[in-house]
Design a protein around this ligand. Sequence first.
Ligand code: SF4
Ligand code: ZN
Ligand code: ZN
Length: 302
Amino acid sequence: MARCRICRQKASIFIPHHRLPLCDEHFVSWFENYLRRTIQKFRMFSREARILVAVSGGKDSLVLWKALVKLGYAADGVFIDLGIEDFSFLSRRVVEDFAATLGRKLYVVSLQKELGFGIPALKRRTKKYCSLCGSIKRYFLNWATRKFHYEVLLTGHNLDDEASALLGNVINWSIKYLGRKYPVLPAHSGFPQKAKPLCRFTSFEIQEYAKRQKIKYIKESCPLSSEAKRLVFAEMMDQLEEQMPGTKLRFYLDYLRRAFPIFQEKVEDFLDHKLVTCARCGEPAISSPCFICRLKEEYQGA
Ligand code: SF4
Ligand code: ZN
Ligand code: ZN
């Protein structure tokens, strides 16, 4: 193994995208500095902002939360309890313990309490439960950000997630997504400002940071997971990266620099719906009552 670029001691990691060999200590400081620089580069939020991090119990969101707190940001967490038996129970416990060691506030939103049912009840009635689950999570994350008076909602999406989702959007020419696919989205129409500060980090780098910071996270994936199309794009992206190292980062960053402004200009022409405010819950939606209020009604007593 090569020598650390900073201290010349034996390196413990090599970061291919940056051609950087580093020791444990300097990898951790590189990670945190690069995170700070990403936040500044994309003007994601100010040092004083009230930040809410969506945490699932997985490595990405816990790493994000920990690194932000180490950098001095006032970041609290929100966890959506999906009611998926052992998986939700264990994830919730991991997140609660983590919040306690960080010394930051954690909000738990339970679907059982807010909706009257969890994701398993959805699965019994529809094959589309995964896409509904995604929409439900997004709804309650927006809802919680507003309810608890935070300015910015952060998610732990990493470079692998962003590059594979981008590939999927390009293959399907989903212009309405391409025109909004940016690491920071300003608040609009009742939605809070959103940002993805890990967008320039690979899954590998995040995992190595978690290891060095001794972060305990949930390694299992959701037991209800069906083989999603997104996995196909992730595998395709991995193959491209293997054949042509650096493709992932270049594909994503060149998109942000060169293609995003073009799609952004046209995005309004491709939106299918105008946003309204749900008359029942007050959240922004494409119709009133919104899909959550309709689901509540439909599943009463289910
Ligand atoms: Fe929800 Fe599990 Fe499907 Fe993910 S895999 S969307 S957590 S049901
Ligand atoms: Zn070093
Ligand atoms: Zn509603």
